[in-house]
Design a protein around this ligand. Structure first.
Ligand code: PFF
Length: 454
């Protein structure tokens, strides 16, 4: 009986704890590392507008749908679909989420490992007095080495596994509440420094002034993928977290707060990075290394750079950690509830197998970079397939499930906490998840992969 495992389930203890954990999942490398470099590769301002539109029109409704599924079923992503749609193949959506979690964590932990290396470099004061060229060399040398990036990645996976094993409430909820606000303060200070650099306006123009000639089918799909990736939606992370949310929480306002916080941090990161990119004469489409080259440069030029570098990379590691935890939790909840493993065994098995795949992702940026498929190395394949294909597809199926299968009565019952809350926007919400979101995702997706030619 599915309900049989309810008493042993962990849960969040407070409203702020829920927001901190969900925002902790959403806010991470996706905002500070991925957003600037993907925006840089896809034309800046025009990309930003598409990204924002996708967050509001598609992202928030998908997030609310996920929370609805999870809290109603009180199970992992796979089990939730199975419970809400018995005998139907909807559980495959949950299964795809588990696979996506494997893929995302495998490449995400690569970059998370870099943040530890850069934290270490900050501690040893490795940036001060270095020129742009030297800082690029520091980055290139680190990447080309075969074992250091992998070792940091394994350490990061170990940390993630260790916290996940401890459970939801006593690990992550406690720390995210303090650390996420601190991250915000540091980014704002970096913004101020970046904005006072020479030529900072060029950076802002790049980020905010839309050049619609830059919009292609690829750029639209990248913007959709980035919106999904950044909000942690489309793969059951928020179904899983939703299952730990108590029945009196307002899911709609939780989804909106989390999405706004996530978007705000992404924009603040862009404002810290692009003025610096232009001031130092770096190409905005420099790719995955963008943040790791630009920000040390900024630190090496600012008063108190040592301490800011230290704090920044510490907080970036923490932001990454609160995200990796949520991804691992998807797999661990699935292993423990569906395959009936102990939490400990599930965590070890998930972490070890993900770390194994992850090492290949890491090496594919260094020693194995010449092994490519469709011009993409292994890291890029994992990133592209999960963010741009699996998450939008997952999101599409999730809104269709909630809009058409669960239906208005059950959805409003769940979102209104069994009638306790008023839902003035329920009609609009249902219209979006039944029609707008699925159609928009389908069009962007088919256009992006070339099945449709607009
Ligand atoms: N949203 C996270 C970030 O922006 O860094 C990454 C992520 C976490 C993606 C959890 C997907 C996920 F399920």
């Amino acid at each position: 009986m599915a309900g049989g495992n309810l008493p042993s389930r962990d849960s969040f203890s407070s409203k702020f704890g829920i927001i901190a954990a969900a925002a902790g999942s959403a806010i991470g490398l996706g905002n500070i590392w991925r957003f600037p470099y993907i925006a840089g590769e896809n034309g800046g301002g025009a990309f930003l507008i598409l990204y924002l539109a996708f967050i509001f029109v598609i992202g928030i409704p998908v997030m609310m749908s996920e929370l609805t599924i999870g809290r109603r079923a009180q199970l992992n992503a796979f089990g939730s679909f199975k419970k809400l749609a018995p005998g139907k193949p909807w559980y495959l959506v949950g299964f795809m989420g588990v696979i996506a979690a494997f893929m995302i964590l495998a490449f995400y932990s690569t970059i998370a490992g870099w943040t530890l290396q850069y934290l270490y470099l900050s501690i040893t004061d490795a940036f001060s007095g270095k020129t742009q060229v030297e800082l690029t060399q520091v980055y290139d040398t680190f990447l080309a080495s075969s074992y250091m990036p992998s070792i940091w990645q394994l350490i990061f996976m170990l940390l993630t596994g260790w916290i996940v094993m401890a459970g939801v409430k006593n690990g992550i909820e406690k720390y995210t509440k303090i650390l996420m606000p601190l991250l915000l303060v540091i980014i704002i200070i970096l913004d101020i420094r970046a904005l006072t650099l020479p030529n900072s306006m060029d950076g802002l123009t790049f980020l905010f002034k839309p050049d619609f000639s830059k919009i292609t089918a690829d750029v639209v799909l990248e913007a959709l993928g980035q919106a999904f990736f950044s909000l942690s939606i489309g793969m059951g992370t928020l179904i899983t977290y939703g299952s730990y949310i108590r029945k009196d929480n307002n899911l709609g306002s939780t989804a909106i707060s989390v999405s706004l916080a996530d978007t705000f941090i992404a924009i603040l990161s862009g404002v810290a990075i692009f003025p610096a990119v232009f001031a130092f004469g770096i190409q905005p489409d420099a790719g995955t290394g963008l943040v790791f080259i630009v920000l040390p440069n900024l630190f090496s030029q600012m008063t108190g750079g040592y301490i800011f570098a230290l704090l920044f990379f510490l907080l970036l590691s923490v932001a990454a950690l609160t995200s990796t935890i949520s991804v691992l939790e998807v797999v661990v909840a699935y292993f423990s509830e569906e395959l009936k493993m102990s939490r400990k065994k599930a965590t070890v098995l998930a972490s070890v197998s993900i770390a194994f795949i992850g090492v290949f992702a890491t090496l594919s940026l260094g020693p194995l970079k010449d092994y490519t498929l469709f011009d993409k190395n292994f890291f890029e394949i994992l990133d592209f397939t999960s963010a741009n294909i699996m998450l939008p597809l997952g999101g599409l199926l999730i809104v269709v499930f909630v809009g058409w299968y669960l239906g208005k009565d059950k959805v409003s019952d769940e979102l209104s906490n069994q009638g306790a809350l008023k839902l003035p926007l329920m009609g609009i919400f249902m219209f979006i998840i039944k029609f707008i979101a699925p159609i928009a995702i389908a069009i962007v997706f088919m256009n992006g992969i070339g099945l449709l030619n607009l």
